[in-house]
Design a protein around this ligand. Structure first.
Ligand SMILES: *Cc1c(COP(=O)(O)O)cnc(C)c1O
Length: 382
């Protein structure tokens, strides 16, 4: 054990892999295209501050967060890159947005008016990006196939609010990883919205729509800025998808757990809560100090494999809060104190599929009690 933090379960965060992914994605873009790096949800579980710091040094043009508190954490840590808050912020927090110099998303006229009033009462202007809903069905001024008169009026009114400075406009794709026709329709709707504003003499500086899938698959969506999150962290949004046209990305996080104990158990022994596993043969089991309290989904009980040496070892029985068991019968040399790899290097996508979820969720779920150890320029940071 090189480090106290490696005593139990830990995540190694490779900032060089992050840099590799950043440059790889950058290379797909026209030179003038801006790069917004999403660092919401604690940097997809990688640690928002160290990740944002690295992205700032790499030259990211903007960072995005889901709420004011996430932005405040970055500013407190000295991050100076522009920050876009992509979630709704109540108008009472306008002063905080201004003090923290956070750009806010505005999703409709009512909330825009409230933010504008608050900013005006503070004698200031709040920088915002307008959100257009072109088919995600989440936030934004709705822009469908029908008549757009009301939507245009709402966007124009937002652009004219005295307390707001509208810097940009964006939309979000719902199925960019799976449905090209629908994505094309969403893009067309977004371009229509932009054109309608331009007809009224309003030309917004930063229009953006592409998250990871669109960055990788649809160059026509790159526009003024892109927002690739999961690809930056080294995962393809569509793990089953066609890799031929995709540049190689490197997973930034590897999750490890140090074997607490090795036990020899007879055939017929029941393992873990519920007795859901009964040993079919005399077995050796490794007790791993990782459980759902560390973010490992309990649904992976009796399903997932962990990597010990170069062998995938099945998890046996239920995942507990703090522990789980892996079958190492075929690895007689393994001892307590040896290390198992849980995520990274293909393990994350495999576990995500087994848990019926996506890599995003597994990464975000890695609990705060799991220490993160950072590597940069091939050197371990303290
Ligand atoms: C999270 C998010 C992104 C990044 O999505 P990825 O699929 O991780 O690239 C981009 N835009 C918005 C609005 C988001 O919420």
């Amino acid at each position: 054990m090189k480090d106290r933090r490696e005593a139990r379960t830990w995540a190694e965060i490779d900032l060089d892999a992050l840099a590799h992914n950043y440059y790889t994605l950058r290379a797909l873009l026209p030179p003038e295209c801006r790069f917004l790096a999403p660092v919401k949800a604690n940097g997809y579980g990688h640690g928002a501050v160290p990740v944002a710091g690295k992205l700032e040094r790499l030259g990211a043009d903007m960072l995005s967060v889901a709420c004011v508190d996430e932005g405040a954490e970055l500013r407190r840590a000295g991050i100076r890159t522009p920050i876009l808050c992509m979630g709704v912020t109540p108008a009472q927090l306008t002063g905080e947005l201004l003090d923290l110099d956070i750009t806010q998303t505005v999703e409709d006229l009512e909330s825009g008016e409230a933010l504008s009033r608050q900013a005006q009462s503070l004698g200031r202007k709040l920088r915002v990006h307008l959100k257009v809903d072109t088919g995600m069905g989440r936030l934004g001024v709705y822009w469908g196939d029908g008549d757009h008169t009301a939507a245009v009026r709402e966007l124009l009114q937002l652009c004219r609010l005295p307390g707001l400075e509208v810097e940009g406009m964006f939309t979000h794709f719902a199925v960019a990883d799976s449905d090209e026709a629908y994505t094309r329709r969403q893009l067309d709707r977004f371009l229509e919205a932009r054109a309608a504003l331009e007809e009224q003499g309003i030309s917004l500086k930063i229009c953006h729509c592409a998250a990871s899938s669109a960055v990788l698959h649809y160059p026509c969506t790159h526009m003024d800025m892109v927002r690739p999150g999961i690809a930056l962290y080294g995962y393809y949004p569509d793990p089953e998808g066609d890799r031929d046209s995709c540049p190689p990305l490197k997973p930034v996080m590897r999750l490890y757990s140090r074997i607490s104990a090795v036990r020899s158990m007879p055939a017929g022994a029941r393992i873990s809560y519920g007795g859901t596993a009964v040993l079919k043969r005399d077995s050796r089991l490794a007790v791993l100090p990782i459980g759902y309290g560390d973010g490992l989904p309990r649904v992976l009980s009796n399903r997932m494999q962990v990597l010990i040496g170069d062998k995938l070892c099945p998890v046996v029985g239920r995942v507990c809060m703090d522990m789980c068991m892996a079958d190492i019968t075929d690895l007689p040399q393994v001892r307590a104190g040896d290390v198992a790899q849980i995520y990274g290097d293909g393990l994350t996508d495999r576990a995500a599929a087994q848990a019926d979820t996506i890599s995003y969720e597994l990464l975000c779920r890695v609990a705060t009690r799991v220490p993160r150890i950072y590597w940069e320029n091939g050197v371990r940071l303290d």
